[in-house]
Design a protein around this ligand. Structure first.
Ligand code: RTP
Ligand code: MG
Length: 141
């Protein structure tokens, strides 16, 4: 199976709930390595650019408002099948529909405040990693 990298964000609601460590433990227990990590408070422009694919959607303004509402923790996860594995750990976008034991089922409050972001495909993972961690190869292990 291929070793992949994916971009993950612990969103403002989960940072405010003080569960960064619990979420990192889930990544580690699933065999995903955290190969880059930083805390940031996104600007409006950064949030709009990051989620630009959704800019025509009705929820775009709420999404951007939420993503700039407090600090986030951004990480690159590396491991076998990392993109799908992380999406499975996250659970469905709407926490009410997320499987028991997933990050969103356990830590998210609503479809807006849904605890984590994860890249959804290899192409988006590459773009999203470059967006937040330009020159990542310098640090990889
Ligand atoms: P993310 O990009 O944050 O990992 O979430 P996702 O792939 O599970 O969901 P996506 O379709 O990419 O949507 C991005 C974020 O927009 C909000 N959303 N709201 N009200 C709605 O119908 C709606 N749909 C999406 C969610 O906060 C979602 O995480
Ligand atoms: Mg998405």
């Amino acid at each position: 199976m291929a070793i992949e990298r994916t971009l993950s964000i612990i969103k403002p609601d989960a940072v405010a709930k003080n569960v960064i460590g619990q979420i990192y433990t889930r990544f580690e227990n699933a065999g995903l390595k955290i190969i880059a990590s930083r805390m940031a408070h996104l600007s409006r422009l950064e949030a709009e650019q990051f989620y630009a694919v959704h800019k025509e959607r009705p929820f775009f303004k709420d999404l951007v408002d939420f993503m700039v509402s407090g600090p986030v923790v951004i990480q690159v996860l590396e491991g076998e099948n990392a993109i799908l594995k992380n999406r499975e750990l996250m659970g469905a976008t709407d926490p009410k529909k997320a499987d028991a034991g997933t990050i969103r089922a356990d830590f998210a409050d609503s479809i807006d405040a849904n605890a984590v972001h994860g890249s959804d495909a290899a192409e988006t993972a590459a773009v999203e990693i470059a967006f937040f961690f330009a020159g990542l190869n310098v640090y990889s292990r």
